[in-house]
Structure formats: C-alpha cells, structure tokens
Write a protein that binds this ligand. Structure first.
Ligand SMILES: Cc1cc2nc3c(=O)[nH]c(=O)nc-3n(C[C@H](O)[C@H](O)[C@H](O)COP(=O)(O)OP(=O)(O)OC[C@H]3O[C@@H](n4cnc5c(N)ncnc54)[C@H](O)[C@@H]3O)c2cc1C
Length: 497
C-alpha cells in the first residue's frame, strides 16, 4: 500500500506539493474548502466577464518551466504565454505616465532620457541583481530553510559576498538613481514581498532583475489557465482533488503523530499531512494547543503582507488610454506605506493598481466591453465595511476618470468588491492578509515559520506564510520543497526495501 498524504488546500503551493508527492509514489488527496481550486488565484466569471481574483503579474517564467519540467511537460504545451510590452504603465503626480518598455535597449534609453547616466547605472544594478537572482532562485530558494547550515556552501557565500545583500533595498536603489520616479520604479517590485523597501534586504533586488530583464508575462485565459494546468498535471500523477472539504481538525495520536484530518463529511486517514492553508489558521484552528509550534504572541509580532480592497468591474465600452497593467503612483508612496506598516489605518491618499486583461485577451470580456480589476493595498486587520469600500470606490474612480479622460461609471455593467472580510471567510486568512507573511530582514529563510512542525511528526507546512515567501513563484517552489523534504524523511512505502 502506498504511503498516504493529505494536502490541505489547493492553491499554488498545495497543488505543487500534491503533484510532486504523487509523482514520488504517495497516494495523495487534496482537500479544499472552496468549490474550485486555485486558492487566492481563483477566477470569478460572470456575464461573459472573467476576473483573476488574485495574482495578475506573471513573473519569473522559468520557475513555472522548472516546475512543469519535473513532470516532463513544457509551458507551451499547457497554455499560451505572452510577454507584455510595455511591461506596465506608471501614473505619477500631475498625470505624467511612464510606459515601461520590455526591450532592454529601449529601457536603457528610457532611463537615460529621464536621468543622464541612469542607463549605465541600470546596467550595473541589473548585473549585480542577476548574481543574486541566479544564486537566490537557482539555489537558496529551493532549500527547506530548517537551519542556517543549509547555506554554508562556499559558492553561495562567496557569490553573496560579491553583492550587496543586507543593506536596505531603498539605500541600494538610491545609491544608483536620483530621479524620484526612477526610484519609485525600482522600489515597486519588492512591494510583492509584502514589505516596505526600507525594511527589505537588498538581496531582493533580484526582483528588479525578474521585472526588468525577465519580463512581465500574461498567460492567455488569465492566471486560471496556470491553475488548470497544474491541477491537470497533479491529477495525471494520480493526485485526487476533493472540493468543498473544509478541514476542521488535524488528528494527532498519542505519540504525537499526525494520522489524518476531519472534515464535515468525515475522517480521512493519512501517514502525512501537508497544510498549505494559512499557517496561523492551521495552528490555531486545526490543532490543539499542545501541538502548536508558535504562540499567539509570535503571530502578533509578525509583519504580515498587506491586505487589499479589490473591485472587479465590467464596462460596456472600451477603456481607451488604459494599459493592461497600470500602477497609480500619483500619491506619495511613503505616506501610504506608513499607513500600512507603521500606523495601520485606512489610507488617506491611496495608491492603487489596475489590471485590464481584456486589453490582451478578448476571452476575458464580451466584444466591445472591458474588464477591470482595481487593487488598493491596505493594512491587514482593518475594520472592513460596505460604506468604507464605497468611499474608496468613489476616490479611485475619480482618479481613473481623470487619467483616461472620461468618467467610466455610466458604462459600468458589473461590479463586485472584495476585501478583508472576504479573504478571512474564503481562505481563513490571518487578519485578512492577501499574500502571506512579508519577506522582511527578520522574516527571511530560517527566520520564517518552519515547513516542518516542531511538535507533530508527519505534519508539514507549505505556502506563502512559510518559506520561501509570498507570490506565485515562491508558492510553487514551496510546494516542491516540502514534497522533496518529505520524500527524504519519509519515503513512500512502495519505495522502501
Ligand atoms: C489580490 C492579490 C493579488 C496578488 N497579486 C500577485 C501577483 O500579481 N503576482 C504574484 O506572483 N503573486 C500575487 N499574489 C500572491 C499570490 O496569489 C499568493 O502568494 C499565492 O497564490 C499563494 O498561494 P498559496 O498556495 O500559498 O495560498 P492560497 O492560494 O491561499 O491556498 C491555500 C488554500 O487553502 C484553502 N484552505 C484554507 N483553509 C482551509 C481548510 N480549513 N480546509 C481546506 N482548505 C483550506 C484555501 O481555500 C486555499 O485554496 C496576489 C495575491 C492576492 C490576494
């Protein structure tokens, strides 16, 4: 009989773990509380419109290639990827708009055009960032980070010492670029890690390399195409997916061993449990106190990645003048950032981001129509009410109207908002976080919650609250890392002599 593994949750991390474990000979069952897979990357379809409810920036395409290659398939056989050019647009104060070119030569001239010498500074910055990217994404990130000794490798240490790793990303950027808009452009990618640039180590300038060198891509059909491809691959490996199975308890025997889980529909026995649902929820709600590795005080002190207020909108006309991705940096970045991290409150002058996939993909809106997702980052744990959501809707629509030169509200035919209360209800997200635990200096590598329980044997964790961190590529990697660790520690019975 095969060793049985239960995976709680079917987001990128859980599905990656399920596919990898099934391939290694485990009998895998994925239990997902929602009606469809994908977790935070689910898709909402209504009246001919389709919306990615979570991630929209597809970065680091080779992470996806490397994942699918484990199963002998290539991305091109699964979904069509398009490189966006411009990668995205940024709207600065006074309506100034920068469309960031995808082509490296054009990008260099673009930098020079805004600050003499910035093209050369960009080359130097990205050359150094490439070293970090190659080491970080090729080596560091695929380790379970159970101890610092995993990093005691002369090649790694030597490589990292050649680069600026521990100074803040902000200082690193400012040592290269003086123009405030160029600084904002170079600081933007680390917002995906959930922390402010002044609190993020310069190790993460590897994100600039991912952004400006490797590019912004779009999977036709939206992020849901990637979810579908992953689930298909996992099923082909033999993993079973059961939707609408809300796990209510992880069963632990007298010897401190995980022996299965309980859902509303019954008990599922297992030899191994992999929890990809939010770590805090798993420990607080699914385990008895003596089986938890982390105290309430530990969680209180963590820096969570921001939450978000989202609007999913359908319009009965095209939104001329809007790019596929647009960042509205027309208000002060530092004020908004301090209202997320230092003095958590609803932002007084919010920055926001819009994603209009129908600019690239006609399948995501009816002909002559446009779909639009608006995302406002906010502090996790705020009071979320309908009245507050509507106030922000009015603010962002006014600014959007100014930018595109007409008020799109009379053309609105579909509207849904989504915020903290929904993130908590749909994903059991701690304080309604959108993308997990931030990658701050003190929440990197072995300083993050562990992939392996300290208290319960056979219980493992994966996903954006453990290593390596927030974002789709890290979640994909997290699932593979935990599967490889399990395989090393508890080989499937079928493999044992
Ligand atoms: C609005 C938004 C925008 C984002 N934008 C980007 C982006 O542009 N690019 C990018 O790379 N990343 C982005 N991210 C982050 C990215 O989506 C996440 O890092 C990634 O999807 C997390 O995957 P995961 O598997 O760790 O977690 P999840 O996707 O949350 O998966 C966990 C799963 O567990 C399930 N679950 C929870 N509790 C239980 C239970 N008790 N029983 C059974 N199942 C349970 C949940 O329903 C969920 O399906 C964004 C996230 C959000 C929310």
């Amino acid at each position: 009989m095969k060793t049985r593994a239960i995976v709680i949750g079917s987001g990128f991390a859980g599905t990656a773990a399920a596919a990898s474990l099934a391939q290694k000979g485990y009998a895998v069952t994925v239990l997902e509380k929602n009606a469809e897979p994908g977790g935070r990357a689910r898709v909402w379809k209504q009246d001919g419109f389709s919306f990615d409810m979570g991630p929209s920036f597809y970065w680091m395409p080779e992470v996806f290639e490397r994942f699918f290659a484990r199963f002998g398939v290539q991305v091109k056989d699964l979904y069509d990827l398009v490189r966006l050019d411009p990668s995205y647009s940024v709207v600065f104060p006074a309506g100034e708009e920068w469309a960031v070119p995808a082509d490296r030569k054009a990008l260099r001239s673009f930098f020079d055009g805004h600050e003499p010498g910035a093209g050369k500074a960009l080359d130097e910055f990205l050359e150094e960032a490439k070293v970090k990217y190659d080491l970080g994404m090729g080596e560091l990130v695929y380790r379970p980070s159970l101890s610092w000794s995993e990093y005691a490798h002369p090649g790694l240490i030597g490589g990292l010492l050649k680069t600026k790793v521990f100074r803040s990303l902000r200082k690193h950027v400012r040592a290269h670029f003086k123009h405030p808009h160029l600084q904002a452009l170079m600081e933007f990618p680390v917002l995906f890690l959930g922390a402010a640039p002044q609190n993020t180590p310069a190790l993460y300038s590897l994100m600039n390399y991912a952004d400006l060198e490797l590019g912004t891509w779009y999977p036709m059909g939206g992020m849901g195409s990637v979810v579908d491809a992953m689930v298909r691959v996992a099923r082909e490996q033999g993993a079973e997916f059961r939707m609408n199975e809300d796990v209510q308890e992880i069963i632990v025997d007298r010897n401190g061993r995980a022996t299965g889980v309980r859902t509303a529909s019954g008990t599922f026995s297992a030899d191994i449990v992999v929890a990809s649902a939010d770590y805090h929820h798993v420990e607080r709600d699914l385990l008895r106190e003596e089986h938890r590795s982390y105290s309430p005080d530990f969680w209180k002190k963590r820096t969570m990645a921001p939450s978000t207020l989202l609007f999913f909108l359908g319009f009965d006309r095209e939104l001329d003048g809007l790019s596929h991705h647009t960042l509205f940096f027309d208000e002060p970045l530092d004020l908004h950032s301090s209202e997320i991290y230092d003095h958590p409150q609803w932002p007084s002058r919010p920055l926001f981001y819009t994603s209009c996939t129908s600019k690239t993909d006609p399948t995501t809106a009816p002909a002559g129509h446009e779909n639009l997702v608006i995302l406002i980052p906010i502090a996790p744990g705020l009071t979320d009410t309908e009245t507050i959501r509507e106030q922000y809707f009015a603010t962002v629509m006014d600014r959007l109207a100014r930018h595109i030169g007409f008020d799109p509200r009379p053309h609105l035919v579909l509207k849904r908002s989504y915020c903290i209360n929904d993130l908590e209800a749909d994903y059991n997200a701690y304080r309604g976080n959108a993308y997990g635990l931030a990658n701050t200096i003190l929440q990197t590598g072995p300083l993050r919650p562990r992939v392996k329980s300290r208290k319960v044997s056979g219980l493992y964790f994966t996903g954006q609250l453990t290593v390596p961190g927030p974002g789709v590529p890290p979640a994909l990697i997290s699932g593979q890392v935990v599967a490889d660790l399990i395989h090393k520690e508890i080989p499937s019975r079928t493999e044992r002599p």
